[in-house]
Ligand binder design. Structure first.
Ligand code: ST9
Ligand code: FAD
Length: 630
């Protein structure tokens, strides 16, 4: 059977080894056993598994989604999907994401995310069901002896796991959650409340599920106050188990899936209403025996935001490659240059300028976004290396924090829009049919702009937390990296390596201007924010709305500039390679890299001037408008 999944391992290798220089970390220090050859072999093996056994159940999982039985409050997943799951867990590649103490194989994050792209592109829901061992690391890093033992058991027995924040009245506003945690004499807690939209909340593929639940402790002095800071994180198993051996005791804990949602996409991923403590108590333990729930949960969220961004771009990449294959064979119409000659031969649609525009737009975004993910992962290489040697790399932590909302927010928006308006469109009416994977891709990728914090939340996180609260440190660092690459004299990391003959001169100028426009947007927003301070001369607190009207704009503009920069860095490397003798396939690949970077710079960056102007002229008109006039 033909696989729906078309990977781009060549471009992944290009980013990892030719642009981002990941050989700097492989095969040394903590990654001694993970050298270049091993990394290539592992990615090749994962790519094979992903495009065959994992991709095999992608369509069936959509057409025959899990069946929920309200009588037993359980679900049955399709057999084909279970087989893929068994293959994924048997392959054991999750060990790449685990610390050595949990049986992991130390692997730099850049390699982990390259691998994750392949899995997420082939069968995203499958990969999310398999995250139990990775979830165990949160217990390992934050836990008591007891929690660490649970973490070991979760890995040994390959249990499932969930992150449980959302409630009917607490979505973006997690701090509005009312689920309660009541302390018990034996040191455990009973959870009471209803959570909704919980991914993988019920399934019949693993022996047990560990739910990581945010709830508000009651009756304990000094904790459980309002908002997110009053939430604590509890470890709540589906089935009770022996804390030493991990054996199930046979007792069902009082947490049940009381509904499974019917939805637009990722249908095989169960999205559950979970009811805690309605009847039998839902027993849990306080993670680390400290009340620090939101900060602990954000360790999970940060990882999951990177994962969702990577899922989105992985889908765009396979969407583009499917569209490209179709376009190469679909014959329709005559060449535009045939000048209306009715007898002119019909050509494949790749001959039409508008189809070329569309294909190159898809290629440029798919490759730009991949570069964004892997660049961010390479920043995580720095944070991991520092931590593994007992220190911290504060600059890298800040930069990673700055990049995460861009990977998640910008990555998912650009991917979803491009999949729908370009990749599916390339197929004409056929794109609308279930004969091709595009209609499922579009449905499955929409969720990426929604969960793990909507795009609005990512934009606010970027501006208020990652720029203002950070006092612009990470933003300055990033701007300096881009500036260093733009400056011909620079010789710092990431600086331009060649281009002496100025083949990318126009694109560099465009990048420089784009960077300036982003700077203008940020300055406008900072000035406006200051003018909203009650103590500012003529300060008007309502000016904060003008900031809020531009946070998503800034998110998207920054994403455009960073992707352009990374694509141009790639183009520079490609141009260098093109100076030498190359086999035809490599020549075509590198020429494609130069072309997509140029296309992105020339068609995307000029729009930033307009964005800066729009930001500057923002007023309060739509905030003043009565709701009735909308
Ligand atoms: C969901 C799941 O949607 C979707 C798919 C799941 C798939 C699962 C896949 C598997 C994942 C595997 C994971 C493995 C784990 C690996 C871990 C490795 C170790 N960064 O601004 P404040 C914290 S789930 C870090 O006042 P508000 C911070 O502690 C549902 N921390 O917020 C802060 O205190 P401080 C997803 C952050 O106004 C505190 O929060 N739902 C960040 O009280 C309070 O901050 C959402 O994402 C950050 N960026 O609350 C909700 N931000 O300032 C979206 C905050 O002292 N809503 N903290 O440091 C939001 O994010 C809101 O902005 C809000 C607002 C809730 C934070
Ligand atoms: P709302 O918060 O009501 O938002 C509605 C609209 O208002 C959005 O456009 C939003 O951007 C906007 N908005 C809201 N507040 C603001 C604001 N302050 N400023 C500007 N705009 C704002 N949750 C979990 O805990 N665990 C899971 O595993 C999980 N999996 C999910 C799986 C699926 C399929 C779905 C659909 C959701 C899942 N969620 C999960 C929940 C998900 O994280 C939330 O749906 C999401 O955070 C948004 O919350 P909401 O749906 O309540 O929307």
């Amino acid at each position: 059977m033909m696989s729906h999944y078309k990977s781009n391992l060549r471009d992944i290798f290009f980013n990892l080894f030719e642009v981002l220089g990941r050989d700097e970390v492989l095969g040394q220090g903590p990654y001694e056993d993970m050298d270049h050859e091993t990394a290539v072999a592992i990615l090749t093996e994962i790519e094979h598994l992903a495009s065959t056994k994992l991709a095999a159940s992608y369509v069936d999982g959509d057409r025959n989604p899990p069946v929920y039985d309200p009588a037993t409050k359980s679900v049955v997943l399709p057999e084909s999907f279970k087989q893929s799951f068994a293959e994924l867990m048997k392959a054991g590649f999750y060990s790449l994401e685990l610390p050595a103490e949990l049986g992991g194989q130390p692997t730099p994050p850049s390699l982990q995310w390259a691998a994750n792209e392949l899995n997420l592109g082939a069968n995203p829901a499958l990969f999310m069901y398999s995250a139990g061992p990775k979830f165990a690391t949160v217990l390992w890093y934050n836990g008591t002896e007891r929690d660490r033992r649970i973490a070991e058991i979760m890995v040994e027995r390959q249990w499932g796991a969930t992150m449980v924040l959302t409630e009917p009245e607490a979505g973006s506003d997690v701090g509005a959650g009312v689920t309660r945690a009541i302390p018990q004499p034996d040191g455990s807690w009973h959870i009471e409340g209803v959570k909704r939209f919980i991914t993988s909340g019920e399934q019949d593929m693993t022996e047990n599920i560990i739910h990581l639940v945010l709830a508000r402790p009651v009756g304990v002095e000094g904790v459980g106050g309002p908002g997110t800071k009053g939430l604590s994180l509890f470890i709540v198993p589906k089935y009770d188990f022996d804390l030493q051996t991990g054996e199930l005791t046979g007792e069902r804990n009082g947490v049940y899936a009381t509904n499974v949602e019917k939805k637009m996409g990722i249908k095989v991923s169960t999205t559950c209403e979970l009811t805690f403590g309605d009847g039998a108590p839902a027993k849990g333990w306080l993670l680390g025996e400290v009340h620090n729930g939101i900060a602990q949960m954000f360790q999970v969220i940060e990882h999951a935001r990177m994962l969702v961004g990577t899922k989105a771009i992985a889908t765009l990449s396979t969407g583009y490659l499917n569209a490209l294959e179709y376009a190469k064979t679909r014959v329709q119409g005559a060449d535009l240059a045939a000048g209306g000659d009715r007898t002119a031969p019909r050509v494949t649609i790749t001959h039409h300028p508008d189809v070329r525009r569309s294909l190159m737009t898809q290629k440029a975004y798919a490759e730009g976004l991949r570069a964004l993910v892997l660049y961010t992962a390479s920043v995580q290489d720095r944070t991991w290396s520092a931590r593994l040697s007992g220190g911290t790399d504060e600059a890298a932590e800040r930069l990673n924090d700055l990049l995460l909302p861009i990977v998640k927010g910008y990555g998912s928006e650009r991917s979803w829009v491009t999949l729908g308006t370009e990749s599916l469109q390339t197929f004409g009416g056929s794109g609308f049919l279930q004969d091709y994977p595009l209609e499922q891709y579009v449905r499955d990728a929409k969720i990426d702009t929604l969960y793990e914090g909507t795009t609005a939340i990512q934009g606010q996180d970027l501006f208020f937390r990652k720029i203002v609260k950070d006092q612009g440190q990470a933003l300055t660092d990033l701007s300096m990296q881009i500036g260093a690459w733009l400056s011909p004299q620079a010789d710092t990391v990431g600086s331009r390596a060649s281009d002496e003959d100025g083949q990318l001169k126009e694109e560099r100028d465009l990048l420089e201007q784009g960077l300036e426009h982003v700077g203008e947007i940020v300055s406008t927003m900072i000035d406006t924010l200051e003018s909203a301070h009650p103590k500012a001369p003529e300060g008007d607190v309502r000016n904060i709305y003008k900031v809020g009207l531009n946070t998503t704009r800034l998110l998207m503009a920054m994403g455009d500039v960073i992707c352009a920069w990374l694509l141009l860095r790639g183009a520079e490397v490609a141009l260098e390679r093109l100076n030498g003798e190359l086999p035809p396939a490599d020549k075509a690949f590198y020429e494609g890299k130069v072309a997509s970077a140029r296309w992105f710079a020339r068609t995307v960056l000029p729009r930033l001037a307009a964005e800066a102007q729009i930001a500057e002229h923002t007023d309060l008109a739509i905030m003043d408008l009565p709701e009735e006039s909308f």
